[in-house]
Design a protein around this ligand. Structure first.
Ligand code: FES
Ligand code: FE2
Length: 470
């Protein structure tokens, strides 16, 4: 674990690769922690917290991404045993509202009954197994009826009736009600676990239970939902979003070298990546810098930060002005002062990853939620749900969530106008995936990871291994 108050490695001190303990080397320049501690509106305690541990440096077997047998093990030993969010509470406003969530071969119905209780069931008939609700996504009904022989169930999953009852004296409500799946609510999300005897969701959430008391996701609503099929294994696809190391080559962006990576436990990792400040990679004598930029003025930094560019006075910084602009915009949309929002929450890319496949960004300018799932049993493809979660007034009813906009492999994120400039960025992020999936099959060696910037990837593989060997 890093000491919280370690002095920053001030630019231009170079990293001496041979005299640091493995995993302790850092990019030159101010750390995220330095920047947050000097902010005008200081961060809440979760953003000051910093934990890292060296997790090893051995290569990863590429078959983990390409072997159908490995994927089959993931389904039987991990996906069937782990908590995953399936939908939002807003999908289940009234009795009879339901949502179907598919994960590989498994399918779950989440249903709200007349008492207002939310329950989850396997989407499978207890007669001869037929899938009960065909389509994934939201729907409504007064109960469930199997399209094959017409058995039916109440909204709480209890058996209602079956045709030719005389032939089934051995059928009873205890044995033939819909098969329950564990279900819990957190942050406005409905989580399910196919293992009905699963340990509570809070064990998987680890520090997120405490940290997100500062970032109430239940006071947000889905503004945009895009679902895209990506041409890579679900792990490779999500790993493209777990590090900022790719920013230079993939995004042609001099940004991300000083991102902070946290390993909080078995299930939760995080990165914090500052905006509204300079990145050491943009400086002209940064090792390997391709831009040869001069040091930017604060006005130039503001122009590269989402918000309203303007000339800054000598005593103003881009970061404090951009954060103030963000607070003002949010205050206007929510109709309430937002002076409690720190500069970091206003501006930074703060990305929590929850094993196995979920990302939560509690920031205001960068307010995303991601989910990566296998695309059926196709080991070479996955489904990427991208949600933009807009802060919403606490006392105002949330609108019903928008239907996802579906993009197939060959479609561009720029086809979704609501994404604005982000469309191009997501195209860049996902543009390498087909080549990576092909290259993994042609690989003559294992995958090599950075000790710090790619430690979150290794954490996920280690936790996955723990499930597979259980
Ligand atoms: S398979 Fe569902 S009623 Fe027969
Ligand atoms: Fe990226």
């Amino acid at each position: 674990m890093l000491p919280l108050d370690s002095p920053s490695t001030k630019y231009p001190v170079s990293v001496r690769m041979n005299d640091v303990t493995k995993g302790q080397a850092r990019a030159p320049g101010p750390t995220v922690n330095d920047i947050l501690r000097s902010d005008t509106f200081p961060p809440p305690s979760p953003l000051i917290a910093s934990e890292y541990q060296f997790l090893g440096d051995s290569d990863l077997d590429p078959k983990r991404y390409t072997d159908p047998n490995f994927a089959a093990q993931e389904f039987s030993k991990m996906w069937s045993q782990t908590w995953q969010w399936a939908c939002r509470e807003e999908h289940l406003e009234d009795a009879g509202d339901r949502y179907v969530y598919d994960i590989g071969p498994y399918s779950v119905i989440i249903s709200k009954d007349a008492n207002g209780d939310i329950s989850a069931f396997r989407n499978s008939c207890t007669h001869r197994g037929t899938r009960l609700v065909a389509a994934e996504g939201s729907g409504f009904g007064n109960g469930f009826t199997c399209p094959f022989h017409g058995w039916s169930w109440h909204l709480d999953g209890s058996l209602e009736q079956l045709p030719a009852r005389w032939d089934f004296p051995h059928v009873c409500s205890e044995q033939h009600s819909l098969i329950k799946v564990a279900c819990e609510l957190w942050g406005g999300f409905v989580f399910i676990n196919l293992n009905a005897e699963a340990t509570p969701l809070s064990e998987q959430l680890e520090v997120m239970t405490e940290h997100f008391k500062h970032f109430p996701l239940d006071h947000r609503r889905i503004k945009v939902h895009v679902q895209k099929r990506l041409p890579a294994n679900w792990k490779a696809a999500q790993e493209a979003f777990l590090e900022a190391y790719h920013n230079v080559e993939t995004h042609n962006s001099p940004n991300g070298a000083n991102a902070q990576y946290d390993i909080f436990g078995r299930f939760v990792t995080r990165f914090i990546h500052n905006t509204g400040t300079y990145s050491p990679e943009s400086l002209e004598d940064y090792p390997g810098n391709r831009w040869r930029d001069p040091v930017l003025t604060e006005s130039e930094i503001l122009a590269r930060t989402p918000g309203e560019p303007r000339e800054l006075a000598a005593n103003e910084t881009a970061r404090e002005v951009a954060a103030a602009q963000t607070r003002a915009r949010l205050a206007e949309s929510l109709g309430a002062s937002q002076q409690h929002i720190s500069d970091s929450e206003a501006l930074d890319s703060i990305e929590y990853h929850l094993f196995p496949n979920m990302f939560f960004f509690p920031g205001i300018n960068i307010p995303m939620v991601y989910r990566f799932r296998p695309d059926g049993d196709n080991v070479d493809a996955c489904l990427f749900d991208l949600l933009i979660m807009e802060p919403w007034p606490k006392d105002k009813a949330k609108p019903f969530p928008p239907e996802p906009v579906f993009l197939d492999v060959d479609q561009s994120y720029t086809e979704v106008p609501e994404l604005g400039w982000l469309g191009r960025v997501y195209d860049e992020d996902t543009g390498n995936l087909a080549l990576q999936q092909q290259g993994l099959k042609a690989a003559g060696k294992g995958l090599t990871l950075g000790n710090y910037q790619e430690a979150r990837i290794r954490r996920i593989h280690q936790t996955l291994d723990a499930f597979l060997s259980a």
